[in-house]
Design a protein around this ligand. Sequence first.
Ligand SMILES: [Zn+2]
Length: 381
Amino acid sequence: MWGLKSKSESEANGSVSPPNKKLKTATKSKSTHMKNRPQRPCPFYKKIPGTPFTVDAFRYGGIEGFSAYFLTHFHYDHYGGLSKGWSHGPIYCSPLTARLVKMCLSVNSLYINSLELNAEYVIEGVKVRLLEANHCPGAALIHFRLPDGQCYLHTGDFRACKLMQTYPLLVNHRVNVLYLDTTYCNPKYKFPSKEDVLNYVVKVTKNFLRKQPKTLVVVGAYSIGKECVFLAISKALGVKIYANASRRRVLQSFDWHELSGSLCTQGNDTLLHVLPISALRFETLKDYLKSYTNQYAAVLAFRPTGWTYSESMGNQLSFIKPSSRGNITIYGVPYSEHSSFTELREFVQFLRPDKIIPTVNVWNAANRDKMQSYFREWLKG
Ligand SMILES: [Zn+2]
């Protein structure tokens, strides 16, 4: 059967802006409360060799020998440890991520350096560029080119796509070490394209509304990501999207005009609501519906996630069976913002790096060995 995946939840051109942009480099200072707390050591795959850089390593306090902290995107399992009291050194991230770090975490802006996508910056003598990662809004791949010519690519979280094979930086420079998002690095993970899933969600919604016009449509979402699911329904039905004030504040910070223009502030002004994933339970949705009994008689909810896969079913969306109880119907849909196994293989075969370091599901030695055997197979010949 279809099953839902449980990873903690935790996307060009070659335009060049002037190198050596002036960047803020707030210096490291020790805060007293951090001194008393034992810190786990920072794993090696979060440190870029030959540089004073770390990637997505904020929960280890100040890291000895490292003076610049890169953040790939604004998901908790990557920014965890960042807070108002951060004082361990400059943070580098995309402009959208920088806005969220300031707005949601109140990190002192003295420490935040936003780097435009596709622009080259020289930081501590290293050429750095952020590239669109096809993950959540603001997510970036980070490309480091050292003075000795070594190139490192850190994917953060990403969904590999054909467009990445046209990024000039990736076409023109061999990557020596690839730090890879291996969330779904197992052949059992096959899922459809995001476009196919969006079309499916719209089709299900329209069919449902035909049978029961008084339906409240709910899309479950984490903090950021998967916005296209509710936007697709909004566009197809010509309806606004309701989200509570704190979510609206985050969504409006994206500078994504189509999305901002589709939001509304009152739940009873639209049949399309965005709720936290945790609210997608029968009891919770039943209670939620009670607030709208004058308008709606049923709930159709979508839980967009990656998923585990059953060999016999392939990636056919038509095999999805919703869970229903009374007037509440919940669909788990495979809208993934991470690469499928075949997308990972295609990306690795395009890049042909000298070495691959997995960054997800690495705590088990058997898992790590299995992933390295896939990489060897992909790069054979
Ligand atoms: Zn993520």
